[in-house]
Design a protein around this ligand. Structure first.
Ligand code: CUA
Length: 323
């Protein structure tokens, strides 16, 4: 919330400190070599300058030791940075199983966020400190990018697919939230604040958020419950209700598993698979079923798609394997 000048954003997540150490390592490494090489160039220029008009330098015939040194040393340093960064990246890419899932939809020019209990926010996000938070994100229109500098977290938000990121806030306070991908006229205004609260404050906030404003009852429907209603309203339940001889496969226990398709290939039933199956049902036909499902493209918006996915996830019983 402050406008004071700072060299670095606040350190407010578990990633932040680790990213900073790596960042400063790379900066110092670069500075070291710039200064070291610059100094040697300057020294040689003076030490070996031509002192009189007819002076000719001795010929140089190379040095294998020197060449090996300037090959091996940068190689080792570059590999060190590579593995260090890769290690950070893998941690960054895999959210822990107990993470709280927040659904994020980007839209010109605002962020819509939804909590697990259904509470919604626009351009603000309230989260409890110390709790791993996973964001599942998509866009209603163009590419946006969700960026919280204090957490050192930034991920593109794309139309037509889900992207994910996660973090554990380690400090209470309010931190900037930005859109980091130019997305049109009001791109620079597409942002707000992340408010990190103590767990108790967060519970209190959830209570007041549910009672503030009209239509609280609807707003508080969890994404999975809202998805279940949609599932019935859109008629999905007619074919996917699990009845014997139904036109479509039952979706119970589907999420997180490999599913066999009509052409014999296997596909992992993750969020993107479910989303695609709703919008473009002809793309992946489950083995043993006819391609008769109509597309729901244009009938459900991204928020509703996320709700349907949340519902199907909720009846997916035990998750197997990844994410
Ligand atoms: Cu959204 Cu820039």
């Amino acid at each position: 919330m402050t406008n004071e000048f700072r060299l670095m954003p606040p350190v407010a997540s578990d990633f932040a400190a680790r990213v900073d150490v790596f960042y400063w390592f790379m900066v110092l490494m670069s500075v070291f070599w710039v200064v070291a090489i610059g100094a040697v160039v300057a020294y040689f220029a003076i030490r070996y300058r031509r002192r009189y008009r007819t002076q000719r330098p001795d010929e140089i015939h190379g040095s294998n030791r020197l060449e090996a040194a300037w090959t091996v040393v940068p190689f080792v340093l570059a590999m060190m940075m590579f593995f260090w960064a890769a290690h950070l990246f893998f941690d960054y890419a895999q959210a822990p199983a107990d993470a709280m899932e927040i659904l994020v939809t980007g839209k010109q020019w605002m962020w819509r966020l939804q909590h697990p209990d259904g509470t919604r926010e626009i351009n603000t996000l309230h989260i409890p400190v110390g709790q791993p938070v996973k964001l599942t994100m998509t866009s209603e229109d163009v590419i946006h990018s969700f960026y919280i500098p204090a957490f050192r977290v930034k991920a593109d938000v794309l139309p037509g697919r889900y992207t994910r990121t996660w973090f554990t806030p380690t400090k209470t306070g309010s931190f900037h939230l930005f859109c980091a991908e130019y997305c049109g006229t009001e791109h620079s205004r597409m942002g707000g604040f992340v408010h990190v609260l103590t767990p108790r404050e967060y519970d209190e906030w959830l209570q007041t958020a549910s009672t503030a404003g009209g239509g609280a009852a609807v707003a508080r429907l969890s994404p999975a419950d809202a998805g279940e209603r949609l599932f019935t309203r859109l008629g999905c339940v007619t074919c996917h209700g699990g009845a014997a001889g139904a036109l479509g496969p039952s979706l119970v226990g589907l999420f997180g598993r490999e599913r066999e398709l009509a052409d014999g290939t296997m596909i992992l039933a993750d969020e993107d698979y479910i989303r695609q199956s709703i919008l473009y049902p002809q793309r992946h036909i489950a083995k043993g079923y006819q391609p008769v499902m109509p597309s729901f493209e244009g009938q459900v918006n991204e928020t509703q798609l996320m709700q349907l996915v949340a519902y199907i996830k909720s009846i997916g019983s035990q998750k197997i394997g990844m994410d």
